[in-house]
Design a protein around this ligand. Structure first.
Ligand code: NAD
Length: 491
């Protein structure tokens, strides 16, 4: 396990020698200590990234050259997939098969953006038809510059990849800070990039506290673009910092996503996707479908099956075979989710199942998967993100009512609908005010498709070609091609 900061192609302790603890959420044991970057370390990293961008050759490399590095990083991740997945489990708590899936996805993300980097070479310039034939004009896409990337703890390596891969593909240089509770695999990414021969300064990875290292990144004048995934309140601070310095900014924030299940749905399939929509990754998923709306004709039988299957989910250490629900990521997160369940009960909700620490788990941040019913529409359990294995379920009567309830949220990240009537499912999909919509499923995510939210769930889109656009500026180059003098001042 690595413990130092990766700045300008070298590994170093923090400037004041301070470290922080890495805790395994399954055992509550301190398993490692990692450097806590200071503002001084951030300054070194941003200056290194600036040099690599302004004086180094990185933005001048062709897309094909950058693609070679990206593919080498993908191969480096794959070569150590099981080892990195294991680190993710002991750092984040998620079950090993989920971590293994995430790491494969992270490698796939580097391969995907390698392909887009190559395409940049093929169509770098877009001719623009002008109304004046004395001029020609074209639009050119160029890298934004130094990207400051700040990520959360729920998909540590994957979130890093969603930012680092498109930024490098575009020709940007990067300063990345992972979340303080899950830093292990981001440092492995730095090691993989080093092995891939990425030039010094192109990718810098600093571990440390949000209010110290994170704040120093967002405040640094040498950063051109901020890319953030995390909570709304911190997203707001990032946007304020970006506004002050006119930095480019993209934000991927929280959600309270609805899942509308019509009564012509197959109950078994609906229950499976409801479970996947909220209990995958312990419900610590920004797009988790945490508000389930079930048409009244199947509400009772669906609830009965949902409770039955929720109670069967195998809880345990993510390294143990067959485990489908690990501990929450941290003590703080566990306390917050338990407090949210208590507040829901106080507001009048019924705990249909779960809500407590599972029996036989005295240590570790474990919580039984929880189904809440009778949740008042104005209670925090219905309106606010819980970010844990807690789903609110309520019945509805008509399509109009379901759409109105689904859209009645300040968030708009994701939404899902299930129905045997394809026309109805399509109609509801279009009516949702959300950036990601699933029909007859919930959560499957593809690197090729755009990801991001409406309303308070964020600004901009990651993944797909939209993710690359995040790191590109558009320049127009206009040429005067007429032989005639311009003739304004000099006649
Ligand atoms: P968080 O906002 O507390 O932390 C996210 C990151 O911001 C961390 O790296 C943290 O160190 C850093 N940070 C904290 N204070 C900072 C500051 N003042 N300046 C700069 N950086 C600072 O969020 P979290 O608890 O890590 O993650 C959970 C949240 O993330 C949830 O709300 C969830 O919905 C959201 N999320 C969204 C997506 C998405 O794609 N939309 C994906 C994952 C998580």
């Amino acid at each position: 396990m690595r413990s130092e900061l990766y700045i300008d192609g070298t590994w170093k302790p923090s400037s004041d020698g301070k470290t922080f603890e890495v805790i395994n959420p399954a055992t509550e044991e301190v398993i490692h200590h990692i450097a806590a970057a200071t503002a001084e370390d951030v300054d070194l990293a941003v200056k290194a990234a600036r040099r690599a961008f302004d004086e180094g050759g990185w933005p001048k490399t062709t897309g094909t050259q950058r693609a070679r590095y990206l593919r080498a990083i993908a191969a480096g991740i794959r070569a150590r997939q099981a080892e990195i997945a294991r680190l993710e489990v002991i750092d984040n708590g998620k079950p090993f098969p989920e971590a293994d899936w995430d790491i494969a996805d992270a490698a796939g993300c580097f391969d995907f953006y390698a392909g887009l980097a190559e395409q940049l070479d093929n169509d770098p310039e877009e001719p623009i038809a002008l109304s004046d034939d004395r001029f020609t004009s074209r639009a050119v896409r160029e890298p934004v510059g130094v990207a400051g990337a700040i990520i959360p703890w729920n998909y540590p390596l994957l979130m890093a990849s969603w930012k680092v891969a498109p930024a490098l593909a575009a020709g940007c240089t990067v300063v990345l800070k992972p979340a303080e509770v899950t830093s292990l695999t981001a440092l492995e990414l730095a090691a993989v990039a080093e092995e891939a021969g990425l030039p010094p300064g192109v990718l810098n990875i600093l571990t440390g506290a949000g209010p110290v290292a994170g704040q120093a990144i967002i405040d640094h004048k040498g950063v051109d673009k901020l890319a953030f995934t995390g909570s709304g309140p911190v997203g707001s601070k990032i946007m304020a910092a970006a506004a002050r310095d006119i930095k480019r900014v993209s934000l991927e924030l929280g959600g309270k996503s609805p899942f509308v299940v019509f009564d012509d749905s197959d109950i078994e399939k609906a229950v499976e996707w409801i479970l996947f929509g909220i209990f995958w990754n312990q419900g610590q998923v920004c797009s988790a479908t945490s508000r389930v709306l079930v048409q009244e004709g199947i509400y009772e039988p669906l609830m009965a099956r949902l409770i039955e299957e929720t109670n069967r989910i195998r809880i345990g250490n993510g390294l143990d075979d067959g485990v489908l629900l690990g501990p929450l990521v941290s003590k703080k997160q566990h306390e917050q989710v338990v407090a949210a369940i208590e507040a829901a009960k106080a507001a009048g909700a019924t705990v249909a199942c779960g809500g407590t620490r599972p029996e036989g788990f005295d240590r570790g941040y474990y919580l039984r998967p929880t189904v809440l019913a009778d949740v008042p529409l104005d209670s925090a359990a219905w309106t606010e993100e819980i970010f844990g294995p807690v789903v609110c379920v309520r019945p509805f009567r008509t399509e109009e009512e379901a759409v109105a309830l689904a859209n009645d949220s300040r968030f708009g990240l994701a939404a899902a609908v299930m129905s045997a009537d394809d026309a109805r499912a399509e109609r509801v999909a279009k009516a949702f005010r959300a950036g990601i919509v699933w029909i007859n499923c919930s959560q499957p995510t593809f690197t090729e498709a755009p990801w991001g939210g409406y309303k308070e769930s964020g600004i901009g889109r990651e993944l797909g070609r939209w993710g690359l656009d995040n790191y590109l500026e558009i320049k127009q180059i206009t040429k005067y091609v007429s032989e005639d003098p311009w003739g304004w001042y000099i006649k």
